[in-house]
Design a protein around this ligand. Structure first.
Ligand code: SF4
Ligand code: SF4
Length: 111
């Protein structure tokens, strides 16, 4: 089992999650974060920290696609361990439908 970041993080990217992870397994894209499923120790600490409820265990329905996305990008994007500035319009994107199509494949800065 692992936890993964799902669609509602896209364009919200608030980064509260990265501060609590004991094994620093978050990776940063331009408008999304991912978890490396092979590094995640399934502690569950990050799940309640996400203000937009984007972090889910892979036992939830329909999360399979996000496990693949988290695995792929965690190998391409830089590690992030400290919370940076969140997008100014993060709140406006919370809960908007169809955000999966907006996932930017480019890496973020990492910290
Ligand atoms: S706290 Fe939630 S919205 Fe913010 S970066 Fe982490 S997963 Fe994304
Ligand atoms: S479940 Fe624990 S180990 Fe996995 S990403 Fe969240 S805080 Fe890190």
């Amino acid at each position: 089992m692992t936890y993964v970041v799902t669609e509602n993080c896209i364009n919200c990217k608030m980064q509260d999650c990265v501060e609590v992870c004991p094994v620093d397994c978050f990776y940063e894209g331009k408008n999304f974060l991912v978890i490396n499923p092979d590094e995640c120790i399934d502690c569950g600490v990050c799940e309640p920290e996400c203000p937009v409820e984007a972090i889910l265990p892979d036992t939830e329905p329909d999360v399979e696609k996000w496990v693949e996305i988290n695995t792929k990008y965690s190998l391409e994007w830089p590690n992030i361990t400290r919370k940076g500035a969140q997008p100014p319009d993060a709140e406006e994107w919370n809960g908007k439908p169809g955000k999966a199509a907006l996932l930017d494949p480019n890496p973020g800065q990492g910290t």
